[in-house]
Design a binder for this molecule. Structure first.
Ligand code: SAM
Length: 267
């Protein structure tokens, strides 16, 4: 069967790794797991052995048909669909529980899938995802580290993310050009705890990280804020006026957002 590189088809043939991915999801008894991009079913088999129900979402119709033959049991439902259009909320409602998610992702659309999962957070409990190593490094990075930035904050505001293990290209067929890392993401959004509203705060985060070379103050100016407003908010949050957003924790970004909002609300 020809491989479709445009669909990110690098199939995992390291059996130990497939079992490790399923085991990393924790106790699966009674649980419904959505698998993103099941491909030839390498991880699906490990998940189906442990979970009550696996919903395998595969875009390639040839692979989806093959999976239906390979997993005829009621415990595996193959959905031939683009995962970016999959309705996680409806699936969670039908399952009567928050979903678990697993997947060796098609790397070309990793960011879109992470944003889709973030937008579906209310339907989700936790996810185990394999991505390109550099992406996992950015997703799980801490403030002031080389890899910390917009992606780290955008993921971690929806809950903690931690890298678990890395696999070499030789674990896949055909081998990709990159190393791959599996990470865990627990969905526990922090908006209420930080006292910020989801959509405006995420907009603010995109603004402060808009240009990596610029200081935080310059990015805020570019976003249209007045210099005196910026200076006051930086002083009140004890942020250095030359700081870059890459140095700030999510808590500090939230405090700054709230100070700026308070000043704008008082005008
Ligand atoms: N899980 C299998 C494994 O580990 O061997 C396959 C992983 S492969 C990296 C990615 C899989 O995602 C492929 O089977 C590909 O056809 C599928 N895929 C690509 N784009 C997709 C999309 N938008 N929605 C669902 N599946 C997709």
């Amino acid at each position: 069967m020809p491989v479709k590189p445009k669909l990110g088809q690098n199939f995992l043939h390291d059996v130990q790794a497939t079992q490790r991915i399923a085991a990393s999801l924790g106790d699966l008894s009674g649980r419904t797991v959505v698998e993103i991009g099941p491909g030839r079913g390498a991880i699906t088999a490990s998940l189906a052995a442990r979970a009550a129900h696996v919903i395998a979402v595969e875009l390639d119709p040839v692979l989806a048909a093959r999976l239906r033959t390979e997993f005829p049991s009621d415990r595996v439902t193959v959905v031939g669909q683009d995962v970016l259009h999959f309705d996680f909320a409806a699936a969670a409602q039908a399952a009567g529980q928050r979903l678990l998610v697993a997947g060796n992702l098609p790397y070309g659309i990793t960011s879109q899938i992470l944003l889709k999962l973030a937008a579906s957070h209310a339907a989700l409990d936790r996810a185990i995802l394999m991505v390109q190593r550099e992406v996992a490094d950015r997703v799980t990075a801490s403030p002031s580290s080389r890899d910390y930035g917009l992606l780290s904050v955008t993921v971690q505001i929806f809950g903690p993310a931690e890298s678990l293990f890395t696999l070499p290209p030789s674990a896949f067929s055909p081998p990709p050009d990159v190393y791959s890392t599996v990470f865990r993401w627990r969905f526990a959004p922090r908006f209420a705890e930080l006292g910020v509203e989801e959509a405006p705060f995420l907009r603010f985060v995109r603004q402060v990280f808009a240009q990596k070379r610029k200081t935080l103050a310059n990015n805020l100016r570019t976003a249209g804020l007045q210099p005196p407003v910026i200076v006051t908010a930086l002083e009140r949050t004890a942020i250095d006026s030359h700081a870059r957003a890459e140095a700030l924790s999510i808590e500090t970004l939230a405090a700054l957002f709230n100070h700026l909002k308070a000043q704008q609300d008082s005008v």
